[in-house]
Design a protein around this ligand. Sequence first.
Ligand SMILES: [Zn+2]
Length: 121
Amino acid sequence: MKFEVTSLPTMMGTCHCSRCRKIGASTFVFVKRDAFTLLSGADSITTFKPEAPYKYSRCFCSRCGSALGEVTSTGESFPVAANCFDDELPLSNLFHEFVQEKPDWYEICDDAKQFPGHPHQ
Ligand SMILES: [Zn+2]
């Protein structure tokens, strides 16, 4: 899958929730819908929809397995997996969320703020 963004993502965070745990934690950046264009590979995007009470779908590439974030979201801005940007991002991780769901063997090695659950709870 190929995409381009016409403005820089706004914020970087890392999620340790039980779903993101399956991909080894998830560092993402927020991208504005207006600034995001999918250039190719839409047919390779597979969406995982979690069962309630979880509501956030996650996309991944069905060919290479790369985590993509919520690239098919219709929201005004949405998280895109930081790992799928080829270029460097002029951002650093701002926070860790759902830290209480992370495994003990995953050690957080930056000084970013930590939230036991969602930052807005
Ligand atoms: Zn998560």
